[in-house]
Design a protein around this ligand. Structure first.
Ligand SMILES: NC(=O)C1=CN([C@@H]2O[C@H](COP(=O)(O)OP(=O)(O)OC[C@H]3O[C@@H](n4cnc5c(N)ncnc54)[C@H](O)[C@@H]3O)[C@@H](O)[C@H]2O)C=CC1
Ligand SMILES: O=C(O)C1=NCCCC1
Length: 314
């Protein structure tokens, strides 16, 4: 009898969070992204298929991946929306399916919220580890939603900052974020004031127009840009994109989906995985942007970690 592990939406989120250890996750993500950037035959991950839901201002993304070495077959389905300010509906909903690659039988159905939030922040933390200034003191988060929270958690676990700042278009939300954070967080009244002098800047918003301008960014700072995952959406302006050394998670993904890359005409210098596998250098002394879009292989290793841990506890 085949056992299917079912994590229904919003019911087992705390359990999934407990099973997804950050240090372990970072190490698995480094390995898989390094391998991805070698473009070997052992790793299959097409560029995300996206179905626009024009009527509802949303998109359904399908993110399959097969990792032959570890025999992980997985797909995530993620629905993401641009919502009116004040809407109570969620902006991102994800479900992850793990399969037995021998039979094709589904072995797990997991809520994708924690996996999406934590693996994205863990990937940004890998970019920061390689690209932020050596003695980085100030972390700045733009946005106060799910990704901002997970970036705060992962970054403050992985690094030590003297100051953490947050800006959000809703001051109340930023204040809520600061109250809920596990340490001191300065709420900033504008993006400009939030980012000035910051060593690491995370953009995690649903903006479709640039909100971070190169003229405000300290030379040598590192920007992890997580939002703007559509070809006509932006978080960063042309100056920043053109002046910074630009890294991406996947060159094909960025060419298809990143408005910041496509519309600025900026050159992509390297993939994160190329830095990890040593085929391209980390230009830590320059101003750097890591443009993240999210990859099926990241979900696959995350889901496998959760599944294996869960199974070992049965
Ligand atoms: N790169 C990746 O792998 C992933 C990227 N994302 C993207 O990250 C972004 C943030 O996701 P979540 O934190 O889950 O969303 P969320 O809805 O929880 O938070 C969004 C934040 O953006 C702010 N925001 C919305 N519209 C804005 C605007 N026009 N200008 C400035 N701020 C605005 C909201 O006030 C809120 O603070 C989204 O664009 C999402 O699609 C999400 C998952 C993975
Ligand atoms: O990788 C993901 O998961 C997502 N990427 C961009 C948009 C929402 C989800």
């Amino acid at each position: 009898q085949h056992q299917i592990l079912v994590f229904l939406s919003y019911q087992n989120i705390a359990e999934i969070a407990q099973l997804l250890d950050v240090a372990e996750l970072i190490s698995r993500l480094e390995a898989v992204m390094g391998e991805f950037s070698q473009r070997g035959a052992g790793l299959v991950q097409p560029v995300r298929s996206v179905v626009p839901l024009q009527k509802h201002g949303g998109f359904l993304g399908l993110m399959p991946a097969y990792l032959a070495h570890e025999d992980i077959l997985c797909t995530k389905m993620v629905a993401f929306y641009q919502r009116e300010q004040g809407s109570s509906l969620p902006t991102t909903q994800a479900t992850v399916l793990l399969f037995d690659p021998v039979s094709g039988v589904v072995s797990a159905v997991m809520d994708g919220e924690v996996i999406t939030a934590r693996r994205t922040a863990a990937v940004s933390a890998i970019s920061a580890k390689l690209l932020m200034p050596r003695h980085a003191e100030i972390l700045c988060l733009l946005g106060s939603g799910h990704q901002a929270v997970s970036h705060y958690e992962v970054f403050t676990q992985a690094f030590t900052f003297k100051e953490v700042r947050v800006w959000s278009r809703s001051k109340e939300r930023a204040e809520e974020f600061a109250r809920a954070a596990g340490g001191p967080v300065t709420v900033c009244p504008s993006v400009k004031e939030a980012v000035e002098g910051a060593d690491v800047i995370v953009t995690a918003t649903n903006a479709s127009e640039p909100l971070l301008f190169g003229k405000w960014v300290k030379s040598g700072a590192h920007v992890a840009a997580v939002g703007a995952c559509r070809p006509d959406w932006r978080e960063l302006d042309d100056d920043l994109m053109r002046d910074a050394v630009v890294y991406v998670d996947s060159r094909e993904g960025a060419a298809a989906e990143s408005g910041d890359v496509i519309l600025s005409g900026a050159e992509v210098f390297a993939e994160l995985g190329e830095m990890i596998n040593g085929s391209m250098p980390a230009q830590r002394d320059k101003t750097t942007v890591f443009k993240s879009l999210g990859m099926g292989i990241q979900d696959a290793v995350s889901a496998k970690l959760v599944y294996d841990k869960w199974k070992s506890q049965q």
